[in-house]
Design a protein around this ligand. Structure first.
Ligand code: SF4
Length: 451
């Protein structure tokens, strides 16, 4: 059998498309490390490429999606499976009309035509050429109330990233985060119960911390069942021009970590990460001219991974095990289904993986059982990003999704639960219909009654 080709852009099979919000200040003020500009979204600088593109288009979401689609197509990237990433300030704090218009415009743009309302736009997208298979919103832990979660579901959101930084109330106060650790715990639970995939932003090297404290707090994220995120972005704190920190760092005697310090800390953090968590990104791309201190190396991740591999340290996190990053592995190896069961936020998580004997990952599913209910929070089959319907020798088209779903249904039935819900990107509803799932009456989840 032919080996999978080198992944073009998205080794996880979905093409990300970032849409930037118009500038707006956060309600609580400004976290001290945040650049907080007036003309660009608060947590970004006007020199970031995505922000510069959005500025040119006056932050119009319809135009931003059109422009990106055009570029992606020109570069030969498939656009049939898109993940919309809403980026900028705290979206859930914007004016309600703006929120609804923004999301509707993203769908309209993917559909290539304007609709009358969000529901209609989503319906058209179910069978559109450019389908929205996932939608991610960056958010704050204190903007995850039941009502806000309902709204995110209505938007077709499937993944929420929350800024957790360093989960410590003293540090939160000193860096003006404006929320508590309890907010993180509550948000995590509510988001997981609603079926979202939950990503945390973690920020080592903040003022009033040190590498030992960072490591202790990082360990806590996985030791305590209150946290246990599905994904992580690790953004070391740096002093960025115009941030409150830029004005006070000398006074408080603050220094950001050196590349060497960060390397050491990351090498200690990596082996802690369990197999159910994916490291999405390390380091934030902040233009050099915007930094007040020596910028850290951007390719830290590769350096750490290579070093740990050489030392024979086992890394369990998802990304490094994905087939897209393990090109030397062919598909005709013996594959098995592995189940990891763990407690999280007062529920039980079943993390199912299709792996080969080297633990290379071909697909995964997250099933959550809580309060006598069952919900699938993620189904992901890895491989090259092929167009829908295109035949290929890769995992996305080899029935791994069905295999994982059947296994999840078995687990749910054995728990005596009659209904299985799935949070589905709008553009994936058709797939679930083929597996016997139907859109529920609120038009949010797809559901199946199990025998
Ligand atoms: S919540 Fe995010 S965008 Fe708002 S001030 Fe803090 S870092 Fe900046």
């Amino acid at each position: 059998m032919e080996k999978p080709k080198k992944p073009v852009r998205s080794a996880s099979g979905v093409t990300p498309l970032t849409v930037v919000l118009k500038p707006r200040k956060c309600n609580h003020g400004t976290c001290i490390y945040c650049p907080g500009g007036d003309f660009v979204p608060q947590s970004y600088t006007d020199k970031s490429p995505a922000i510069m593109r959005a500025l040119d288009l006056k932050f119009d979401p319809y135009e931003q999606v059109q422009a990106r689609l055009k570029v992606l197509k020109k570069m030969g990237h498939p656009t049939d499976k898109i993940e919309i990433i809403v980026l900028g300030g705290t979206f859930l704090q914007y004016d309600l009309d703006y929120q609804y218009d923004f999301i509707k415009s993203c769908f309209d743009s993917l559909n290539g035509k304007k609709s009358n309302n969000l529901e209609e736009a989503k319906k058209i997208n179910e069978t559109a050429e450019n389908r929205c298979v996932a939608l991610c919103i960056e958010n704050r832990p204190d903007n995850c109330s039941d009502e806000e979660i309902k709204r995110m579901l209505e938007f077709g959101c499937t993944r929420v990233e929350i800024g957790v930084q360093l989960p410590d109330d003293e540090i939160y106060k000193k860096i003006n985060r404006g929320h508590t650790v309890q907010d993180v715990v509550d948000a995590t639970k509510r988001l997981k119960n609603a079926g979202f995939k939950v990503g945390y932003h973690f920020m080592p090297g903040l003022p009033y911390s040190n590498p030992e404290k960072d490591l202790k707090l990082f360990r806590m994220l996985f030791d305590k069942e209150d946290f246990r995120p599905d994904q992580l972005k690790i953004y070391p704190c740096q002093i960025v021009e115009d941030s409150p920190l830029a004005k006070m760092y000398e006074k408080i005697g603050y220094k950001s970590y050196s590349t060497e310090q960060m390397k050491k800390l990351l090498s200690e953090m990596f082996p802690i990460i369990p197999n159910y968590c994916r490291i999405m990104r390390i380091m934030r791309e902040i233009p050099k001219e915007k930094m007040l201190t020596e910028p850290m190396k951007l390719d830290l991740r590769n350096i750490i991974e290579e070093n740990l591999k050489k030392q024979g340290v086992e890394i369990k996190e998802i990304r490094l095990r994905e087939i897209g990053f393990n090109k030397e592995n062919s598909l005709n190896e013996d594959l098995k289904l592995k189940t990891t069961k763990y407690k999280a936020s007062n529920g039980t998580e079943y993390f199912l993986e299709v792996v080969n004997e080297k633990d290379v990952l071909f697909g995964l599913l997250r099933l959550r059982i809580f309060d006598g209910k069952a919900i699938i929070r993620e189904l992901h089959v890895y491989g090259q990003n092929l167009n829908l319907g295109e035949k290929g020798e890769i995992s996305q088209h080899r029935g791994f999704g069905k295999w994982l779903m059947q296994e999840a249904e078995k687990i749910v039935s054995s728990e005596g639960i009659k209904f299985l819900k799935v949070i589905s990107g709008v553009g994936v509803r058709e797939y679930y219909k083929k597996l016997g799932y139907e859109l529920d009456e609120d038009r949010i989840y797809v559901v199946k009654k199990l025998d």
